[in-house]
Design a protein. Structure first.
Lengths: 265, 266
């Protein structure tokens, strides 16, 4: 999938995202993953870091939102194709003229947007419950960081979904993949605390660069150059992810058609 | 005697089969990942967060708390899915249709999850010692094993209650996840109980894990079994209370579901 396809089908993406949000509002598991879990982590983090001041509070608000983004990507976006399979709608979606990856892109967009709500709720918890006066230090840079993070997360999700479909064994590792990314990407504490050998692994994860940009711009702890570098890395990873996803979707759909296993687990 | 033998067989078969069924979708390597990698990652996350929040000197506080918290993985998720899974898989009607002793069926569901949960905590402590530098040189290991067992039993008691709720709600995973994550706050695994407001502390002491974690921390700090015995009795009492409540609800739901014809209605 290339950027041209996304531009061409932007209305489809938005409609898929809207439908997905409406549908997911009644699913307890999804609501917990995108809203309640990040809020509980925010409460926990704010309580644990209450002696560290305002910057730490902002770090927790943004970091807990990022945990929601990653968990929704892992559990919901990762299962977005299988969810259609279970509903019996996968064949219809594959058969329509709109490229299938565009539809999954829209579904991922919905998940990511929903998760961002948890960041806003975390902010209000920090302000109302803990009495912090939180201000985003670089609002314009933060806004752009959010946009790029959304794209980076969605693109990463486009790889996860077909991988999980083609390798059911990998999907069973989902539970074990949640917290390592929280740790390696420095969502709630700096990765500098981790052993040095883990740092290159962090650099390879798009959520890490999202965390760098969002934490840096919200607390004012990053220079403009550092933020621009993080943006560049997110853009680079997004492009690479989209290219890989495009190939994976082709392989997945060809295999499913050739083996006649589209609707089967 | 024959009844006893039958019940024993029912207990063991029920324990074994429900446990096999619970993990039928996993391969051994994936099961190992869920027992080894997941607890390790969760512990790392909270231990790093805790030491970042306070200081590295408090490492053992977070390691012990989060190692015991792993009991809730089997205690809450495992137990709920063992019981609620019967409804999802359409086998609940058969269970209610048999003359089998309900208490034995109920306890059979819990047994393997208790063993599995205790194993998970032992693995977590192993990681704590090997990778995070937890010092158990002053610890009575036998007493620690007792704490692990009792805490796992009490957590499974809460899990049984949750499992009963799974019989009447479709949002089982929401309830499970909510309880599991709230335990991270309320059990004192990550926040000292003294720092919590009184009303939260009151809830904490009505939940499993709280006393077990406090006892384990005291034991690792050099306390004797006699000193922590009251906490262990309290932990056991809380767990048994949840078991009794869970069993009571199980029997009530059975009667109500049969009367209303809603046994497998979602």
């Amino acid at each position: 999938m290339n950027v041209r396809v996304l531009v061409k089908y932007w209305r489809t993406i938005l409609i898929v995202a809207e439908m997905n949000i409406r549908q997911q509002m009644t699913d307890g598991f999804i609501l917990f993953t995108v809203l309640f879990q990040p809020i509980i982590i925010a409460l926990l983090g704010l309580w644990m870091l209450k002696d560290k001041g305002v910057d730490a509070a902002m770090f927790v608000v943004v970091g807990s939102g990022l945990t929601g983004l990653w968990s929704s990507l892992l559990f919901i976006s990762g299962g977005s194709i299988n969810a259609e399979r279970w509903s019996g709608t996968l064949e219809s979606l594959v058969a329509v003229p709109t490229p299938f990856e565009v539809i999954v892109f829209g579904k991922n967009l919905a998940n990511v947007i929903q998760s961002l709500v948890s960041m806003v709720l975390g902010y209000f918890i920090a302000v109302w419950v803990f009495g912090y006066s939180l201000t985003i230090q670089q609002p314009l840079l933060f806004f752009h960081s959010v946009i790029l993070s959304v794209i980076a997360f969605i693109s990463f999700g486009l790889i996860i979904a077909p991988v999980f479909v083609m390798n059911p064994g990998v999907r069973a590792w989902q539970n074990a993949m949640e917290f390592p990314v929280y740790v390696l990407c420095g969502f709630l504490f700096p990765v500098a605390l981790l052993p040095g050998w883990t740092t290159p692994v962090s650099y390879l994860l798009p959520p890490y660069w999202a965390a760098v940009a969002l934490h840096g711009t919200s607390t004012g702890g990053a220079t403009v150059n550092e933020t621009l570098f993080a943006w560049g890395m997110m853009a680079l990873f997004s492009l690479i992810d989209l290219l890989i996803a495009s190939r994976l979707f082709k392989i997945m759909l060809y295999k499913a058609r050739a083996d006649a296993t589209l609707g089967m687990e | 005697m024959k009844t006893f033998t039958n019940n024993l067989r029912l207990f063991w078969q029920g324990a074994l089969l429900s446990y096999v069924a619970l993990f039928h979708w996993m391969r051994p390597i994936q099961y190992a990942a869920s027992k080894i990698l997941m607890p390790l990652a969760q512990m790392f996350f909270f231990v790093y967060l805790g030491t970042y929040a306070t200081s590295a000197d408090n490492r053992s506080f977070y390691i012990v708390g989060n190692a015991l918290q792993i009991a809730a993985v089997s205690g809450i998720y495992g137990m709920t899915m063992s019981i609620g899974g019967d409804r999802d898989n359409g086998t609940l009607g058969y269970i209610f249709g048999t003359p089998a002793n309900r208490l034995v069926v109920f306890m059979g569901r819990a047994f393997m999850n208790i063993m599995d949960g205790a194993l998970g905590v032992v693995i977590a402590f192993f990681w704590g010692v090997v990778l995070m530098g937890l010092d158990l040189s002053n610890t009575n290991i036998g007493a620690l094993a007792l704490i692990i067992l009792i805490t796992t039993i009490s957590t499974c008691g809460l899990g049984l209650l949750m499992g009963c709720l799974a019989l009447i709600t479709v949002n089982v995973m929401f309830v499970n996840n909510f309880v599991y994550f709230m335990l991270l706050i309320f059990s004192g695994a990550n926040i000292p109980l003294a720092d919590l407001p009184a009303w939260i502390r009151a809830i904490s002491y009505a939940l499993p894990l709280t006393r077990g974690i406090t006892a384990a921390r005291s034991l690792v700090g050099g306390a004797s079994l006699a000193e922590i015995a009251p906490l262990l009795w309290g932990e056991l009492g809380v767990g048994l209370a949840y078991f009794v409540l869970g069993y009571f609800l199980f029997t009530v739901f059975e009667v109500v579901a049969k009367r209303r014809g809603t046994l497998e209605v979602f």
